[in-house]
Design a binder for this molecule. Structure first.
Ligand SMILES: Nc1ncnc2c1ncn2[C@@H]1O[C@H](COP(=O)(O)OP(=O)(O)OP(=O)(O)O)[C@@H](O)[C@H]1O
Ligand SMILES: [Mg+2]
Length: 256
């Protein structure tokens, strides 16, 4: 049954760029309707995983399914099921924000593209900016437009590669709320982030990619069990995700 199948299933995924082995056997599953955060240092391979799962890049070995479809043998079906945004997503600079949204809505054959665009502009605080060419937008405005584009057509799986990088704190909180709303409505969200607080707040499950494999994964509560609580002023304090991240990465440093 579709409903019991995980939204994303990754097994033994490997990828090298020439001599550089980035993924050396990555395994994980993402349950439908959940928020999954993939963490890792710069260059760990997070974007590589996202690109493979969204069929922009071919893995060297291993398998991956998204929404039940195999990324290697059914890439067109996968593309129908996903939308992605982030480091590599492109908005058209010449078009206005509204025109960009309408273009995507038409591509995805969504009814009333103009209304869809206006609703999204409103939700993302871009109603006034929507009439201007994207070439004139600030980094934060571009990022919000980029995320708005990924919401069009209600895809069952959304990839967000560092969705809040470059956003100010207020905009970041707004995006968090939107991500939460998406998941509450049943969308599966696959997120990468440099902000551990973001994963802590949003993610149902967190995985840490380090030196080519997932070295730790689980709920925040499970990850917390990896570290003893710090004792400060007689009050036990739970470790933050940042402390856990640094501890597990540190443990593995120097190991090959
Ligand atoms: N097309 C490519 N050709 C060669 N090397 C690449 C290519 N794309 C990525 N790499 C290398 O692969 C490694 C993983 O890159 P990737 O972009 O997946 O990391 P990341 O975890 O997303 O990093 P960041 O946090 O900086 O976004 C890096 O060392 C990067 O330089
Ligand atoms: Mg990246």
């Amino acid at each position: 049954m579709q409903t019991t199948e995980p939204a994303i299933r990754v097994h033994g995924l490997r990828k090298a760029y020439q001599q550089l082995e980035v993924l050396k056997g990555v395994n994980f599953e993402v349950a439908r309707g959940s928020i999954f955060a993939l963490l890792g240092s710069n260059g760990a391979g997070k974007t590589t995983v996202v690109r493979i799962l969204s069929t922009l890049l071919k893995a060297d070995d291993g398998s991956a399914t998204v929404d039940g479809f195999d990324v290697r043998s059914q890439p067109a079906r996968v593309r129908e099921s996903v939308s992605l945004t982030g480091q590599f997503a492109a908005v058209d600079e010449i078009l206005t924000g509204r025109e960009n949204l309408i273009m995507i809505a038409e591509l995805r054959q969504v009814g009333s593209p103009g209304k869809v665009a206006d609703d999204l502009l409103d939700r993302f605080g871009l109603t006034d900016a929507g009439r201007r060419r994207v070439g004139t937008y600030s980094g934060g405005m571009r990022r919000r437009l980029d995320i708005a584009m990924s919401f069009i057509g209600d895809p069952p799986v959304i990839f967000l590669d560092e969705p809040t990088t470059g956003l100010d704190p207020e905009a970041r909180i707004e995006v968090w709320q939107m991500i939460q709303d998406l998941a509450d409505a049943g969308t599966t969200v696959f997120l990468t982030t440099q902000y551990l607080e973001e994963a802590e707040k949003l993610a149902d499950r967190i995985a840490i990619l380090h030196q080519g494999t997932i070295i730790v994964s689980g709920t925040l509560a499970e990850l917390r069990l990896l570290l003893p609580p710090a004792k400060a002023e007689y009050v036990e304090r739970q470790p933050t995700l940042e402390e856990i991240f640094l501890a597990v990465i540190g443990d593995k440093k120097g190991q090959r």
